[in-house]
Structure formats: structure tokens, C-alpha cells
Write a protein that binds this ligand. Structure first.
Ligand SMILES: [Zn+2]
Ligand SMILES: [Zn+2]
Length: 115
């Protein structure tokens, strides 16, 4: 099981199932959203993701149709993206707290869709 939090600690969560389709996304939207050269993310099944605290602090920004990027409204940490078209899965983005435990091999997959 993986667990983590946002920077301020107001949001805490647990992931009880496997992360999958991990990659580093280099698209311009992810670079802006993360303030970094790329965004590390993985898919997680919604049923495997559990809010422990602070779900009310998560604010969603619809960066493109269907794509709602969720972040902590206190500290700004990105947490996950949810999709109108598929509510069974989230795109999970907590590289600092959790991705150190995702295998390096998985993160060698890169997406470079330019927008
Ligand atoms: Zn926070
Ligand atoms: Zn991207």
C-alpha cells in the first residue's frame, strides 16, 4: 500500500491497488501545471484510491474538456486528475511523495505530445 500527502499535510490519502501506465508527460500543459520540465504520473483505479483527510481541500481545474486537474487549495500541490469520460480511473500525480517507490523502469516511458 502507498500513502502520501500534499505539501501542507492537509490532504492525506492511501492507494491500496497497483499503479499502472506510469510515465513522464512533457506536454506544455503539464510543464505549466507542475512548473517543471515534465509531470510524472500513473493511473490508479478510483476504487483503490482513498482520501484519509482533506478531500474538501482538493480543487479541480478543467484544463481541457474531460480533464480535471486536482490540487490542494492551501499549498498548491497537484494530487490527481479525474475524467468525466471514465470515472473508474484517476491519473495520479504525487511524484515527490510516492513515485520514489514506483520502479525506474516504469517511469522510462515518456509522452511527448506537444500542445
Ligand atoms: Zn496542501
Ligand atoms: Zn501532459
Amino acid at each position: 500500500m502507498l500513502s502520501g500527502s500534499c505539501l501542507c499535510g492537509g490532504i492525506r490519502y492511501e492507494v491500496k491497488g497497483a499503479l499502472f501506465e506510469a510515465l513522464n508527460c512533457h506536454c506544455s500543459m503539464c510543464r505549466k501545471a507542475q512548473g517543471a520540465a515534465f509531470r510524472s504520473r500513473a493511473r490508479v483505479r478510483a476504487a483503490d484510491f482513498h482520501w484519509i483527510a482533506g478531500e474538501d481541500l482538493v480543487t479541480f481545474y478543467e484544463s481541457s474538456p474531460d480533464n480535471h486537474r486536482g490540487f490542494c487549495r492551501i499549498c498548491g500541490s497537484p494530487i490527481l486528475t479525474k475524467f468525466d469520460s471514465d470515472k473508474s480511473v484517476f491519473s495520479f500525480v504525487q511524484p515527490g511523495d510516492v513515485f520514489g517507490r514506483v520502479s525506474k523502469y516504469e517511469l522510462e516511458w515518456h509522452s511527448s505530445i506537444l500542445r
